[in-house]
Design a protein around this ligand. Structure first.
Ligand code: CMC
Length: 429
């Protein structure tokens, strides 16, 4: 294969270097294009634009492959823990026993949040969405740690990353307690990461709370599956914000807000609401499929389609089989699962969905498991955020370690008015 591509422009022709990734992914390097020719590229929605090189996650959307640091998601889902996967993503290798023990200890040591920060929860209305509270609280963490500003935030990422991973779990549980008006339950350092979170979510001072091992394992699995997904909308947001030397808490707080949108992580809540809507409407799946196919209806089938996957999302495959397992081990019968199955079945043989390669994505079945675990719908996207934190930290770290990193600043093609003179109010028609 030639090392360069030739770009023929009306007035000139230039050679552009060709690059190949370790999985044989191909790219044209246009970093000097504007300087050499005066042209920019236009790629709305970044459909074809690589914003960085990255060694964190490999994804092949055509083949339905997802790997963290080279390890297949299926193997990690079966054998690993969320804390181990977090270490793997952030530091690049699976930890030794000692490394895992000291990383886990660090997460336990930093699980409390400052009492001053706790007061901030009081300012939110009872109806505030937990994602707003989560983002505001994560941004506020930077007010408490002097090692978190500017360049120091990069130099102290080990400690700031551990704080973030440890405290976001406490903040998420406190956000939930705030919305239901129950007292906050403090972290218990003797508990592992996921049981500790479940305890803060569901324990109350008046009676003991027993952590069901199947519930803890199911949640662990979901967190692992959400831990990274290369340059998606929220991760790109984290990188863009971080590229201005904003600290890691501010960067992740921005990523949380990007994740909240219903086309991204917010889809998991939207899926459950859609399934409930179908149920309340009498359960006519075909009627909603028809609506989803009609571009004028303003209705999309939530939990279907993906920018990158043009095959079954491998995470959805794992979640779908976990869904059956978890519901039967907890003795839960959920009529929404039947509706979800019918919906999936119908789309798999419908030419609209087949031609556009619209398959169930990670958000389609996850809500049904969260629901079975007792997690309310407005907390679903918070759970996604909790899982995605190690990926955001790993990508933020990688960006700052890359000597080629520059502040993110895209160009545009201006299509507005040409220069014109200011018109005084009295002369405006
Ligand atoms: N229901 C019905 N039609 C759809 C759907 C859907 N869920 N998704 C895409 N399409 C159609 C779309 O109308 C378009 O049709 P046409 O070519 O006739 O105009 C075609 O499929 C391509 O869609 P697109 O919107 O151009 O694709 P995109 O890559 O820009 O969007 C997406 C990807 C995920 C935003 C979109 O598929 C969608 O809105 N899905 C529903 C929301 C959802 O489940 N989001 C979670 C994504 S996975 C987790 C995550 O990223 O956080």
């Amino acid at each position: 294969m030639p090392e360069t591509a030739i770009l023929q422009l009306p007035d000139q022709s230039i050679e552009l270097p060709l690059l190949t990734g370790t999985e044989d992914e191909k790219a044209v390097d246009i970093s000097k294009l504007r300087a050499q020719t005066g042209y920019i590229t236009l790629d709305t929605g970044f459909m074809n634009t690589g914003s960085c090189t990255s060694a964190v996650t490999f994804l092949d959307g055509e083949k339905g492959i997802l790997r963290y640091r080279g390890y297949p998601i299926e193997q990690l889902a079966e054998h690993s823990s969320f804390v181990e996967v977090s270490y793997l993503l952030i530091y690049g290798e699976l930890p030794t026993q000692e490394q895992l023990a000291s990383f886990s200890k660090l997460l336990s040591q930093h699980s409390l949040i400052h009492e001053g920060l706790k007061q901030v929860f009081g300012g939110f209305s009872k109806s505030a969405h937990p994602m707003v509270i989560l983002s505001a609280m994560v941004a506020s963490l930077s007010a408490y740690y002097s090692e978190a500003s500017g360049k120091a935030s990069v130099e102290n990422l080990d400690i700031n990353g551990a704080r973030l991973l440890a405290k976001i779990r406490t903040i998420a549980a406190f956000s939930y307690k705030k919305t239901i008006g129950q007292p906050f339950i403090y972290p218990t350092d003797s508990l592992a990461y996921v049981p500790n979170f479940l305890n803060m979510m569901f324990a109350v001072p008046a009676e003991p709370y027993e952590i069901h091992p199947d519930v803890a394992r199911a949640l662990e699995l979901l967190l692992i599956l959400h831990a990274d997904h290369e340059q998606n909308c929220s991760t790109s947001t984290v990188r863009v914000v971080g590229s201005s030397m904003a600290n890691v808490y501010a960067s992740v707080a921005s990523g949380i807000l990007a994740l909240w949108g219903p086309l991204h992580g917010g889809a998991n809540q939207a899926v459950l609401e859609m399934l409930a809507q179908i149920q309340n409407d009498g359960g006519d799946v075909d009627k909603f499929i028809k609506l989803g196919k009609d571009p004028d209806s303003g209705f999309r089938l939530m939990g279907f389609g993906h920018r990158v996957y043009k095959n079954y999302d491998p995470r959805a495959k794992i979640i779908k089989s976990a869904c059956d397992r978890v519901l039967s081990s907890l003795g839960v019968q959920d009529p929404l699962l039947d509706i979800a199955r019918k919906l999936e079945e119908a789309t798999l043989s419908d030419s609209y969905f087949v031609e556009r390669k619209l398959y169930p994505n990670v958000d389609f079945y996850s809500g049904i498991i969260y629901r079975a675990l007792g997690i309310p719908a407005n907390m679903f996207t918070v759970m996604f955020a909790l899982g995605r934190v190690p990926g955001w930290i790993a990508q933020w770290k990688e960006m700052h370690e890359d000597p080629r990193t520059k502040i993110a600043r895209p160009r545009q093609l201006y299509t507005g008015s040409l220069i014109r003179d200011y018109v005084p109010m009295s002369q405006r028609g």
